[in-house]
Design a binder for this molecule. Structure first.
Ligand code: HEM
Length: 457
């Protein structure tokens, strides 16, 4: 069986320097074949020193056993601060603990079930958009489609606000600009190049972040003011949970700025990752039509042409396995960056205080020590008995105390979208098109995910 796409590994070190410094390309293009088999690795370029840990006991040490020695990397905080402020995604220590405690109730399993209806409405609207597809013009970019539907789901579940196409365009365009400039700034920071030389890039980035925050602020402000006057009866979304949650220690609610920070973070963490995962899943379904057909048969057997309900989601075992396998091959968060709080030794590598340590789901999920035929697409891995591989070798949602707060939300959303789509439509490859995986904030395809869509029956 042929393997789905992955960037061609580099041959020698000189090409690594070229890839990063001259082309300022995605980090995925800077990997060697040996990166996929190593236990630990060190990247040393002018201005950068990073240790990568792929051996499972080390991963567990960094993420769980000695987690306090490896806080989140400050670079990520600086990078995302104009958009997310002081959000849970990048904070550390007591500030993070407080934010996590306030956030947990909004994403508890039962609460996620309650927003299923809102996800369903966004999924129905997605199907209506596909219903406009005409014969002779069946090619769609699933990357753009999935970005729209996942942003719509986030708006509806967090703020009960439907994402109108114009607002969606504005906000996703601003977000693309933010990502684009952020990537360039990261490269400059990594190589210790003074940002003052590139002030216009930073200005453009802040402007894009400001546009997104303004849109969010205008939506949140009336709700925040209503809550302050004791009125929260009309809402049953995630924002309403965040607005009324009280910190048990300080007896305080989130401030307005804190709420905007958290909502901006949920918008980013919640749609960018899910959009990436779903668009790669549709690429894989198009590449492997026999697996797509089996998933369709499973869906047809369980729900026929009826509407998919919350209870049906856990019955779609193959669809779930396909999505899990897609998260293995194309984990949206390709690497997690930490900072050594003190000098540590990881196997034979000494990491000085303040240096960066990376745990990379992309590398761990494709390491043949952990997975048989790691580059192949095989959802069966997640169907076999005793196959609960949810240890350090499978960590698309991270692990330990910083594990993704939205994991149940994302699983429910993804299975609903895939099953609702396959119930009515089929995806096929487009002649001559091949996606190009690139590692930016998440792992996306540089040229989109083009597929041809046809209606079933
Ligand atoms: C397929 C979809 C998703 C994937 C693959 C994913 C992956 C991850 C990963 C790997 C982390 C840990 C990062 C680290 O340790 O450095 C994380 C954290 C987080 N994710 Fe997700 N995520 C997804 C969807 C979501 C959704 C839908 C939400 C919310 C609506 C969300 C909210 C968060 C938050 C708030 C954190 C920070 C948790 C903390 O630091 O305490 N994610 N996610």
């Amino acid at each position: 069986m042929s393997c789905p796409v992955r960037p061609k590994p580099l041959k020698h070190k000189a090409s690594l320097f070229f890839t990063f410094f001259i082309k300022r390309n995605s980090w995925l293009s800077g990997l060697f074949e040996r990166s996929y088999v190593m236990k630990t690795g060190r990247v040393k370029l002018p201005g950068i020193e990073i240790v990568i840990a792929s051996e499972l006991p080390l991963v567990k040490k960094i993420m769980i056993d000695e987690v306090d020695k490896y806080p989140k990397n400050n670079l990520l905080h600086k990078l995302l601060e104009p958009l997310l402020g002081e959000s849970i995604f990048t904070s550390n220590g007591c500030q993070w603990r407080k934010q996590r405690d306030l956030m947990n109730p909004a994403f508890a399993h039962a609460r996620v079930g309650e927003v299923f209806g809102l996800m369903q409405q966004a999924s129905d609207d997605m199907l209506m958009r596909f219903a406009k597809i005409e014969q002779g013009n069946t090619v769609r970019d699933m990357d753009a489609e999935m970005t729209f539907v996942t942003a719509d789901i986030i708006f509806r579940t967090i703020m009960t606000t439907k994402l109108e196409p114009n607002a969606a365009k504005k906000i996703t365009a601003a977000f693309t600009r933010f990502q684009h400039q952020s990537l360039k700034i990261t490269m400059l920071r990594l190589f210790n190049i003074p940002l003052a030389l590139f002030g216009f890039k930073e200005r453009k980035r802040k402007q894009a972040a400001g546009e997104i925050r303004q849109t969010l602020e205008s939506l949140i402000r009336p709700r925040y003011d209503a809550i302050s006057k004791g009125d929260n009866k009309h809402w049953s979304d995630i924002l309403s949970t965040l607005l009324v949650t009280i910190d048990p220690e300080t007896k305080q609610r989130f401030s307005f700025k804190e709420i905007v920070d958290q909502v901006a973070m949920l918008f980013l963490a919640g749609h960018e990752t899910s959009a990436s995962a779903l668009s790669w899943t549709f690429y894989l379904l198009a590449e492997y039509p026999e697996i797509q057909e089996k998933a369709y048969q499973e869906i047809e057997k369980i729900v026929g042409q009826n509407k998919i309900n919350k209870e049906d989601i856990k019955k779609f075992t193959l669809t779930t396995a396909i999505f899990r396998e897609s998260l293995r091959l194309y984990p949206p968060v390709g690497f997690m960056a930490r900072e050594a709080k003190e000098e540590v030794t990881l196997r034979d590598k000494i990491v000085k205080k303040g240096k960066t340590v990376i745990v990379s789901p992309w590398l761990i999920h494709r390491n043949k020590e952990h997975w048989d035929k790691p580059h192949q697409f095989d959802p069966q891995r997640f169907l076999q008995q005793h196959s609960s591989p949810l240890k350090a070798k499978y960590l698309p949602f991270g692990m330990g105390q910083r594990v993704c707060v939205g994991a149940s939300f994302a699983m429910q959303e993804a299975v609903l979208i895939i099953a609702s789509f396959l119930q009515q439509y089929r995806v096929e490859t487009v002649a001559g098109f091949q996606p190009k995986p690139v590692g930016r904030l998440t792992i996306r395809s540089e040229n989109g995910i083009k597929v041809s869509i046809t209606k079933r029956l």
